[in-house]
Design a protein around this ligand. Sequence first.
Ligand SMILES: C[S@@+](CC[C@H](N)C(=O)[O-])C[C@H]1O[C@@H](n2cnc3c(N)ncnc32)[C@H](O)[C@@H]1O
Length: 361
Amino acid sequence: MTPLEELLADRIRRRGPLPFADFMRECLYHPVHGYYSKAESQRFADYYTSVDVHPIFGRLLARKFAWMWEQLERPKEFLLVEAGAGVGRLAQHVLDFCAAKLTEFYAAVRYVAVERSALRREQAGKRLRPHATAGHLRISPEIPAQIPAGCVFSNEFIDALAVHRVVRTGGMLQEIFVGWDNGKFIDAVRPVSTCAINEYFATQPVTLREGQHAEAGLEACDWITEVGRRIARGFVVTIDYGHRAEELFDERHMRGTLLAYRDHRVSEDFYAVPGEQDLTAHVNFTALETWGQRSGLETRELTSQTAFLLALGESNEFADLYDPGQSEAEQIRARLQLKTLIHPEGMGERFQALLQRKGLT
Ligand SMILES: C[S@@+](CC[C@H](N)C(=O)[O-])C[C@H]1O[C@@H](n2cnc3c(N)ncnc32)[C@H](O)[C@@H]1O
């Protein structure tokens, strides 16, 4: 038993089954035993993201942010807020590139690396000290209360937010709670714990099929609504794997999209080793658009990562890929890494980029 398994089992024995969202939140974010609260020792053993492939990902994003700054008519301060910044790798790629190649924009950048885990904030602080000292970055557990002009962006953040699980039975939505029986966690099907779940599915343009499992990403909805409220003028960029609702809830996803990752192996054993494996669910981009609209965020585009990165890199034939003094072999390697990011069979079509904006015409 992991220490977290003991804590969760004890809680369920005393208070009854837990909504899956509460179970998932504890597994990922329990202050001591949560998967993301611990040092990143397991990180590359379990998964990697576009950020880890090559700095070109951050460099192209930096070009997009500079374009946004122009669109906003070059405000003196441009708040660039990264949600789920982890140990600050993406922040480093973006800021190093801005400092070297986009100097006018860099002068306006006020980067806020937002990260829930205290340990990761500490690691990010060390990595990003030069930019912090120069007054271009701060690290925070929270999105700034007001964003007069800027952009809130994230990479593989929304998929790491807790979700409720549901199943449609007898024409009704029921919620899957986590129970404890005979020394193990079990699914416990109950009436929904909050009417927000019914509201969530009522706003989707599809109805679940009989027997279909699905997730309700209520935390993601709250998050995007709050971000919209805090931005006066600016953009939101969300890069993640997922679909619009019609595809997310289609007949290919009868078991939902929740997955557990450990040692680069994927499983549906969500209850194994709590706190020691990553749990993720595909992002419902329709929900981000719908809840975003409620606080003034208008969708500009939803494209594949392939199209998003190609549009940013093609104009200079991906010259940002190379570092000065690189050998021919290093350049070839960089080109292969770029392929992983944009090739449809690599990360290119699995990941989508949603661009929303507010206060601009
Ligand atoms: C899958 S990791 C992604 C890390 C990084 N963005 C990357 O691309 O490599 C998700 C990160 O989001 C953080 N996180 C989750 N919920 C958060 C919240 N509400 N506020 C800030 N950070 C959060 C986690 O602690 C974790 O570091």
